[in-house]
Ligand binder design. Structure first.
Ligand code: PLP
Length: 407
């Protein structure tokens, strides 16, 4: 990405020109949520000002236009993930709701006492707790794939965890703490040898690397709109038709039914069976706009620029005495978690904030991972395609100052 292109991109994100405590904002908390380009915000405005009517219900003009926009958004999401059929895309509130949907609905259809679910040590709470809840409901066991000291999955240990009781494997494509890009194609291939389906948590991958759910052969793939420059409150679940058809609805209500009598209700077909109630139809169209925005730049170009930032940021951070980078996998996305000496991550984050720099501190909703590493948490800088090496320079200078103050 050349300098002018980067400047043009940054100009699309008004918040990047804001001042925080009179300092230029440096936003390195993209793992938590991303900033929104003008096109996405304008799409939301256009939706509410010109296209707002409840969808799938009205015969009137606005309702039909809003329905068309929502269904077109579904096709955009399907194409983005390279899904075979757009009926395999279910809109959800985000990754968390999508995983809860599968844990509940797949669990209801396919799991019983004594069965097992496999996750990894580096999962976000939203890919642990829904499975734990399923295990509690059904009397099942959660099994955990360990990682090595670099933060890479132990594939040999993974193989030994799979057996005839394993009903599903659920794993992050990219760790939000370590940045590790997990070998999900291999994870899926190994599970499929035993006919075990795999859910991939794509919250941290979809915004950063090209994803093809059919090539991966993922059974379920989930992501959040707000982490890929779209609005909050919208995300998607991709599920293979054969699974989604065999799973009961997650929630009951309007839209998900075919017929209702007090004696019996029959359910709508895919994808509507899983979309009870009024969907986030303005959000879905704005999410589609966000996907078009990143596609116009190109996912390969985004991945290459962010990789440059990762390499440069890692090099520059290593200049600091006492620097310890948590997560040094060979395949990494643009996330750098670190600790400096014995300084508490929270103190670093607080002081960086005063210098206009937004980073994340704490356990990053991955408490079991942080506990397994025996650390209090980390400081996390997570980069997006609109970040620059110059911002990294300012960040490293600020961090050096902060470390001197805290040592
Ligand atoms: N999974 C991973 C790997 C994440 O990083 C996150 C959010 O940080 C989530 C799941 C949850 O996403 P959301 O809160 O958008 O549902």
């Amino acid at each position: 990405m050349d300098k002018q292109e980067l400047l043009n991109i940054r100009a699309d994100f008004p918040i990047l020109s804001e001042k925080i405590y009179n300092k230029d904002l440096i936003y390195f908390d993209n793992g938590a949520t991303t900033q929104k380009p003008r096109a996405v915000v304008e799409k939301i405005e256009e939706g509410y000002y010109h296209l707002n009517a409840n969808i799938h219900r009205g015969v009137h003009y606005l309702s039909q236009k809003a329905t068309e926009a929502h269904e077109a958004a579904r096709i955009t999401v399907a194409e983005f993930l390279k899904a075979g059929k757009h009926e395999e895309i279910i809109f959800t509130r985000g990754t968390t709701e999508a995983i809860n949907l599968v844990a509940t609905s797949f669990g209801e259809a396919f799991c019983k006492a004594g069965d097992e679910v496999v996750v990894s040590v580096m999962e976000h709470h939203s890919n642990i707790v829904p499975w734990q809840m399923l295990c509690e409901r059904k009397g099942m066991t959660l099994r955990v794939i360990p990682a090595n000291e670099k933060g890479e999955l132990d594939i040999e240990a993974y193989k030994t965890l799979l057996n005839e009781r394993t009903k599903i494997v659920s794993i992050a494509h990219v760790s939000n703490v370590l940045g590790t890009i997990n070998p999900v194609a291999e994870v899926i291939r190994i599970a499929h040898q035993k006919n075990i389906p795999v859910l991939v948590d794509g919250a941290q991958s979809v915004p950063h690397i090209p994803v093809n759910v059919v090539e991966l052969d993922a059974d379920f793939y989930v992501f959040s709109g707000h982490k890929i420059y779209g609005p909050t409150g919208i995300g998607a679940l991709y599920g293979k038709e054969k699974w989604l058809n065999a799973m009961p609805p997650y929630q009951g209500g309007g839209e998900m039914i075919a017929t209702v009598t007090f004696e019996k209700t029959t359910y709508n077909e895919l994808p509507f069976k899983f979309e009870a109630g009024t969907p986030e139809y303005i959000g879905s169209t704005a999410l589609a706009e966000a996907l078009r925005y990143v596609q116009a730049i190109g996912m390969d170009k985004i991945a290459a620029h962010e990789h440059d930032l990762l390499v440069y940021g890692t090099e520059r951070l290593m200049e600091i005495e006492g620097m310890r980078i948590i997560g040094t996998a060979d395949q990494k996305s643009s996330v750098i978690s670190f600790l400096v000496g014995n300084i508490h991550p929270y103190d670093i984050g607080m002081l960086l904030d005063k210098l206009g720099i937004a980073v994340r501190t704490g356990h990053h909703c991955a408490q079991p991972l942080i506990d397994s590493l025996g650390i209090p948490g980390t400081v996390r800088a997570s980069f997006a395609f609109y970040n620059t090496k110059e911002e990294i320079d300012v960040f490293v200078t600020a961090l050096k100052r902060v470390v001197t103050m805290l040592e």
